[in-house]
Design a protein around this ligand. Structure first.
Ligand code: G6P
Length: 399
């Protein structure tokens, strides 16, 4: 890490009375590294560390770095239902059990994983010595928001869109084609190793904060995580983004839904008729397909990687079957609305995404295919990451 980042400038930030920091290892393996790197090497206060003693049972918690499971951190950062009275830290982060995934937070502010990788890529050359000679290229998984595409285009970088799963990034890195990559599922990494790396992501964010504040630590106002994200949106546009997870769906029903969407995407005019019937204020679908990837290195072809509906204004709807769900099938629905106009990038996500959400549910006939999944509570079991991410939360009552 010392050969990648400028530890001296991160130390100045972490020891400045203007900056406050909190890191939650959720009792996973990151705890030991956090103590050594953030406290012993970089001078953060020991009280900045939460749940940093690794435990075999993760202290009874679920070590998933998101707004639902990293409860203590979320509350400390002023994002929970019951927040502490104390002023939240300026920067917070969490790792999962094996510390390959990460969540980045500002004071009362959540950074989506898609925004996180875009912002790291946009600032890497200036803020991180390892990248000072330039980026070889950047990559994202298909369902991750297209924010990184816009950065790549603006900075004239090689760009790759790969199927979900880290192995595809690995091939690009081995071939010297990719320096930074990320996934909506909270994985971010670079070619310093062939895996996602949660500690690296936190050091990358600390580097960006240190760089943006190098003149401000003595006097002047601190550039916060929220400032960095909002400035990024003002420059590159914002990709309002959310993901809905339908878990434990009957495997046959999930297959039928996907087959229906494949059939539908072959007729764009039919799709547009349905879309405009649901919401006339949504732009036109200009392309739809089932994502297929030919690996540029080994030539292998990965088929059936999710169904995409791409809209004229850069918005996207993606339907994909999870490869990690444990019971029945898990259908993931990814909804993304692109807003270029800087005066409109600060909207409430729920409002901004509402028309596309209606289109996604209507177009896919989601409710018809999945049925009332959770009969106990008489709700369609609507596991919604957006809820964890504090963006949108609603349940559909079964008839
Ligand atoms: O298939 P899903 O349930 O969406 O999970 C997708 C995730 O699975 C694993 O965790 C992989 O290591 C990740 O690279 C991938 O993003």
């Amino acid at each position: 890490m010392k050969s990648i980042f400028d530890f001296e400038s991160i130390q100045k930030l972490l020891t400045s009375p203007k900056f406050t920091f909190c890191y939650d290892a959720l009792h996973g393996v990151a705890g030991a590294y956090a103590k050594r790197i953030f406290v012993e090497e970089l001078g953060a206060q020991e009280s900045s560390l939460l749940n940093c003693v690794p435990k075999e049972d993760f202290g009874g918690g679920h070590p998933d770095p998101n707004l639902t499971y990293a409860k203590e951190l979320v509350s400390r950062m002023g994002l929970g239902k019951s927040n502490s009275e104390v002023e939240p830290p300026e920067f917070g982060a969490a790792a999962d059990g094996d510390a390959d995934r990460n969540m980045i937070l500002g004071k009362r502010f959540f950074v989506t994983p898609s925004d996180s990788v875009s912002i790291i890529a946009a600032n890497a050359v200036e803020a991180i010595p390892y990248f000072s000679a330039g980026l070889k290229g950047v990559a994202r998984s298909m369902p991750t928001s297209s924010g990184l595409d816009v950065v790549a285009k603006n900075l004239n970088l090689k760009f790759f869109e790969v199927p979900t799963g880290w192995k595809f990034f690995g091939n690009l890195m081995d071939a010297g084609l990719c320096s930074i990559c990320g996934e909506e599922s909270f994985g971010t990494g670079s070619d310093h190793i062939r895996e996602k790396d949660g500690i690296w992501a936190v050091l990358a964010w600390l580097s960006i904060l240190a760089y943006k504040n190098k003149e401000n630590l003595g006097g002047g106002e601190l550039v916060t995580v929220e400032d960095i994200v909002r400035n990024h949106w003002a420059t590159y546009g914002r990709h309002y983004y959310t993901r809905y997870d339908y878990e434990n769906v009957d495997a046959g029903a999930a297959k039928e839904l996907m087959a229906y969407l494949v059939r539908l995407q072959s007729s764009i005019s039919e799709v547009n008729e349905i879309v405009s019937g649901i919401r006339s204020d949504v732009s036109k679908v200009v392309h739809a397909d089932e994502f297929e990837y030919k690996d540029p290195i080994d030539g292998s072809i990965s088929k059936h990687q999710g169904i995409r509906y791409l809209f004229e204004d850069g918005s996207r709807l993606i339907f994909r079957l999870s490869g990690t769900g444990s019971e029945g099938a898990t259908i993931r629905l990814y909804i993304e609305q692109y807003e270029k106009d800087p005066s409109k990038t600060g909207r409430d996500s729920q409002d901004a995404l509402a028309p596309l959400v209606a289109v996604a549910l209507g177009l896919s006939k989601m409710q018809e295919f999945t049925g009332p999944i959770c009969t106990n509570c008489h709700y369609i079991d609507f596991h919604c990451y957006a809820q964890q991410w504090g963006l949108i939360a609603f349940n559909l009552e079964s008839p």
